[in-house]
Design a protein around this ligand. Structure first.
Ligand code: HEC
Length: 118
């Protein structure tokens, strides 16, 4: 129980208001990490997203959401971008462009399955 309370504490403190934290939660809950990697560093044909410029990431996601995808690769992104609101795109791209996870609170690994880092 104590463990659970400790786990919830940062979520209660930051989860609802901080766009970075919201973006991080969305990145995992929307399945982005499944293709782009737990540390957003890209895997095989899936491009890296961490540390990229926010306007670039935003325009890409909005294009995908508008079903603009001229390659087969881009087609893959469309269903994932379609579920995102402007606010969600804003927080996800904040998380990715500012990416400041470190080893003390984040354990990137090569597995493509993540539960959000609990
Ligand atoms: C099924 C695998 C898959 C999932 C899940 C996925 N993506 Fe992608 N994503 C791709 C592929 C493939 C590309 C490259 C598309 C292209 O070549 O245009 C891409 C490209 C992108 C790009 C553009 C990067 C660039 O360099 O052009 C962004 C931004 C992006 N994805 C964000 C996201 C976000 C945010 C999510 C979660 C909501 C997500 N992706 C979920 C496969 C995926």
């Amino acid at each position: 129980m104590l463990k659970f309370a400790l786990f919830c504490l940062p979520i209660l403190l930051f989860g609802a208001s901080d766009p970075y934290q919201m973006g991080k939660n969305l990145y995992f809950s929307k399945g982005c990490s499944g293709c782009h990697g737990i540390s957003a560093g890209g895997i095989n044909q899936y491009p890296p997203l961490a540390y990229r410029r926010k306007p670039f990431l935003m325009s890409k996601l909005k294009n995908y959401r508008a079903k603009k995808g001229d390659t087969q690769q881009a087609q893959m992104m469309i269903p994932f971008a379609m579920g995102l609101s402007d606010k969600e795109i804003d927080s996800i791209t904040t998380f990715l462009s500012e990416f400041h996870e470190n080893k003390s609170n984040y354990q990137p690994d090569m597995s493509t399955r993540g539960d959000g880092g609990s």
